[in-house]
Design a protein around this ligand. Structure first.
Ligand SMILES: Cc1ncc(COP(=O)(O)O)c(C=O)c1O
Length: 401
């Protein structure tokens, strides 16, 4: 099992390759949790995520003969970019299998680093099978995204930097997919008993909690999350052993928690993160008390920032709705000229900014003399939403459930 010295050796290999990413203090999260909270900005890393660390350490340790055979990887995007850049820096040919739905900017960036991209299947697990077959048939070296000690030692270098940047850190909060990042970080701080690790998975694709309960890697019961980077069906053997040995606690967050976190990081810290990269902040927002108990600074890893702008728009809208900043309501009112204009005026007086209106003349829930008006409003938050609903009812509008 790898330990702090392996991670320190990996850090030596990464000098001049990986950025030492900044740590930012978050006043908003510190006030929420009650202890200082810092964000470790791996979203500002080269390739937009921590993945260059593990990929480069794995590739630089290949023999000349292995490098000549080339490398193959499978990834939803971040590992792909890490492998592609590492391969380019070392002059190694790379083929990357990506699920067909992989985010376009991640695919483009991987190609731009010079790797050959092959689309296959609908999940990273399927792409991984294809990459394994490719390795077996061509002799290329498979660079697994998390199930290899060199990869995990490389990812663990994030924790070494944190120990220097926030020397009194007590809790590290880390997004978890296959577990390479959290396992490497656990190995890095194995000689620091005062530092606790909390892993975070998306509830819709969480293999770790059941695996830790069973004492062995168990497939996730479901695979449904917008956080593509952490949507992994089965923990890796190498990281699972480290996670178990270092008693990493793994929590889950909902899709609402993720979108709210992405919005929070953008709005309060002025940082762009992808849904997987926001998982740690999502856990703090969902249950701040759970992170106060150690009494010392919390460092949350923002593990990646490669978000497709189209997804970003949807997630921000979702985050605004989850934060009570959008109100969607169906109003039933009498079908007479001016009814729609009157409703819009009433909403304007209540300070709601209408962003969408649909006027329905027929519907099973509407009487013959009624119309339904679906409105979507921007509000200032949950209290404003409640006030708008209460005042509409007071004014005699009937609101559909
Ligand atoms: C942004 C981001 N965060 C976290 C992870 C999880 O890493 P691991 O599979 O090592 O747990 C990934 C993996 O791709 C990722 O892309």
């Amino acid at each position: 099992m790898i330990g702090p010295e392996d991670v320190r050796a990996a850090a030596g290999l990464l000098t001049g390759v990986a950025e030492r990413t900044p740590v930012r203090y978050s006043r908003a999260l510190s006030e929420l949790v009650g202890v200082p909270v810092h964000l470790k900005c791996e979203n500002l890393q080269r390739t937009g995520s921590f993945k260059i660390r593990g990929a480069y350490v794995r590739l630089v340790r290949l023999s000349d003969e292995e490098r000549a055979r080339g490398v193959v990887a499978a990834s939803a995007g971040n590992h792909a970019q890490g492998v592609a850049l590492a391969a380019r820096l070392l002059g190694v040919p790379a083929v990357v299998f990506m699920p067909t739905g992989a985010a376009l900017p991640k695919v483009d960036a991987t190609r731009a680093y010079g790797a050959q991209v092959v689309h296959v299947g609908s999940s990273v697990d399927e792409a991984l099978l294809a990459a394994q077959e490719h390795a077996a048939s061509t002799g290329a070296v498979l660079v697994h995204p998390f199930d290899h000690e060199d990869v995990d030692a490389g990812q663990g270098t994030v924790a070494l930097e944190v120990l220097e940047q926030v020397p009194d850190v007590r809790t590290l909060v880390v997004p978890v997919g296959g577990g390479g990042l959290v396992a490497g970080m656990a190995a890095a701080v194995a000689d620091r008993p005062g530092v606790r690790l909390v892993g975070v998975q998306a509830a819709g694709a969480a293999a770790y909690p059941a695996s830790l309960a069973a004492g062995r890697p168990v497939p996730a019961a479901a695979m449904s999350t917008m956080a593509d980077g952490i949507a992994i069906g089965l923990p890796g053997t190498v990281p699972f052993e480290l996670v178990q040995a270092h008693r990493v606690a793994v929590r889950t967050v909902s899709e609402e928690d993720l979108s709210r976190a992405l919005l929070h990081v953008a709005e309060r810290s002025k940082l762009l993160v992808e849904p997987s990269g926001a998982a740690g902040v999502a856990a703090l927002l969902a249950d701040p008390q759970a992170f106060a108990s150690d009494g010392g600074p919390v460092v949350v890893v923002l593990s990646g920032g490669n978000v497709d702008p189209l997804l970003l728009m949807r997630v921000l809208r979702h985050g605004l709705a989850a934060a009570g900043r959008y109100l969607q309501v169906r109003v039933r009112t009498v079908d007479r000229p001016g009814a729609l204009a009157a409703l819009l005026q009433d909403l304007a007086r209540l300070g709601g900014n209408v962003v969408h209106v649909q006027h329905l003349r027929t519907g099973a829930d509407l009487g013959v003399d009624e119309v339904g008006i679906d409105v979507q409003l921007e509000t200032t938050g949950p209290d404003h939403c409640a006030e708008v609903l209460a005042r509409l009812r007071e004014q005699g509008y009937r609101l559909a459930p």
